[in-house]
Design a protein around this ligand. Structure first.
Ligand code: ZN
Length: 240
């Protein structure tokens, strides 16, 4: 009886370790993914900002062209002024020149504003670029560290599974099956230590007769409340 319980406790220790590794096999790739997303976000922000700058540069050039066209139109209108015969036409031509000149002024203001925006964006652009470099570094660091750790825990898990199979094969079949079903139905914990008169997992008080039998190893009992195998660690010390 003592031997069976000892094996079950050993199985539980191994299963605890496997559970920890399984959690790592979820969290380590998640951490890599999170860094990858941070990196992508930084790259996207940088690219978006660059696109905005390019659009401003393009718009500035367009306005430059418009200014040229309008200035040409003003020059042309001016040369034609002396050909005009009536006062009415002359006034209209002057009005047109005035309108064109006003439009040129407005375009030049807009052009200047765009130029200033492009110039002042240099530091923000640099900052965003730096952020990309930082995120790339952080990603590459975490990727190589976590990949190495993943490989390490995978081989640890293989070794644990091997020793689990080894022990499992030696456990009396009915107890092994019960252990497995408890492991599934009881959140991965199939055995519980009895401390004084209490099941340490669910805190239920166990009746005295059962305590005696558990402490002497004369019978295998399960907790009356959580159904887990109960064991007394003192028993293993005296038995071994
Ligand atoms: Zn219990």
């Amino acid at each position: 009886m003592v031997n069976i319980l000892e094996q079950l406790v050993e199985l539980q220790k191994i299963d605890d370790k496997i559970k920890t590794i399984d959690n790592l096999l979820v969290s380590l790739p998640e951490e890599i993914k999170a860094h990858s997303m941070d990196m992508d976000k930084a790259k996207e922000e940088f690219a978006t900002f660059q696109k905005e700058i390019e659009a401003k540069k393009k718009s500035r050039l367009q306005k430059e062209k418009e200014v040229e066209d309008k200035n040409a139109a003003v020059a042309k209108a001016k040369t034609k002024l002396h050909e005009i015969k009536t006062n009415q036409e002359y006034t209209a031509a002057l009005k047109e020149i005035e309108n064109l000149t006003a439009a040129v002024g407005l375009l030049e203001d807009e052009q200047l504003e765009l130029m200033e925006e492009v110039d002042s964006s240099a530091s923000k652009q640099e900052e965003l670029k730096k952020k990309v470099t930082e995120e790339e570094k952080a990603f590459s660091k975490i990727k190589s560290e976590n990949d190495a750790r993943i490989a390490e825990v995978k081989s640890e898990k293989d070794a644990l599974i091997a020793s689990r199979n080894d022990i499992y094969a030696r456990v009396d079949n009915s107890y092994a099956k019960k252990y497995d079903s408890l492991l599934k139905s009881r959140a991965g914990i199939a055995v519980s230590e009895l401390k004084e008169d209490i099941c340490t997992v669910c805190n239920t008080t166990v009746r005295p007769q059962m305590i005696v039998e558990i402490n002497t190893g004369s019978a295998i009992h399960t907790c009356p409340s959580c159904s887990r195998f109960l064991y007394s660690p003192r028993l293993f010390q005296t038995a071994s």
